[in-house]
Design a protein around this ligand. Sequence first.
Ligand SMILES: Cc1cc2nc3c(=O)[nH]c(=O)nc-3n(C[C@H](O)[C@H](O)[C@H](O)COP(=O)(O)O)c2cc1C
Length: 271
Amino acid sequence: MDLTMPKKNFRPLLHSSVLSCFVLCWGTGAGILYAQNHSQNQKLRAGESNIISPKQEKSEAPKMANTIKLPEPVYKSSISVEEAILKRRSVRDFSNKKLPIELISQLLWSAQGITDKTNKFRAAPSAGALYPMELYIVSPDGIFHYIPDGHRIQKLQGDDLRQDLANACWGQNFVAVAGISIIIAADYGRTTWRYGNKGIRYVDIEAGHIAQNIHLQSVALNLGSVPVGAFNDKAVKSLLKLPAAQQPIYVIPVGYPVRETLLPETPENEK
Ligand SMILES: Cc1cc2nc3c(=O)[nH]c(=O)nc-3n(C[C@H](O)[C@H](O)[C@H](O)COP(=O)(O)O)c2cc1C
């Protein structure tokens, strides 16, 4: 009998115990990290935008008082997505007619509405499902903040500041006439804490996704819209009293067009 055998076997046993211990500790640590991230994401998706990143100030949490439940969005229309793409044009001539709440609801849903109730995923894609955007509307009835969870808006103040917004957009006066303007604001930190500098690009791309949804939804509602990127960032931020972490990216006036958008001539239309 070779008495050295157990001794020989001991080393691999020791190695595998150390390895198991390492894997167990690493697994537990990763699990805790995953659970923390997952719970943070769930809260973000639920619209609890005060839980953003470890650096976010607690005082920036939006107050949830004064919220208005929006009408249920509709999921069918008489226009195909292809026709909406074909008809979309930047519209700058608006009639000064108020938009009914049903249309405002539909526009906000198309931009950031929750389309997967289980995972709280939204109408527009988002890198890592981190949802860095906050939407505001400037309307004749005041300024409102959109809360995707529960499809609600929160009234922030009650004056018609559309002319002030137009002034902040370097005097683009159609902004003062459009029924509403949707402002897309970003909290870059919600994405950069995970993706670093690349997160800045991700957030900007995401604004484009949201804007395009608004433009196509506008066409489907027989409304006109235009993406406005030329504005004084500081002035828009101060008009909306945005929290320090949020930066305005886009102002999107939406309203009743003075003229019907003409379909471009295609073989189909010529018939
Ligand atoms: C990032 C970006 C910023 C824009 N900013 C403005 C703007 O400040 N004012 C404006 O009237 N149009 C603005 N536009 C709209 C363009 O002028 C318009 O898309 C372009 O003339 C093409 O016309 P179309 O949108 O009808 O296809 C912007 C478009 C983009 C993509």
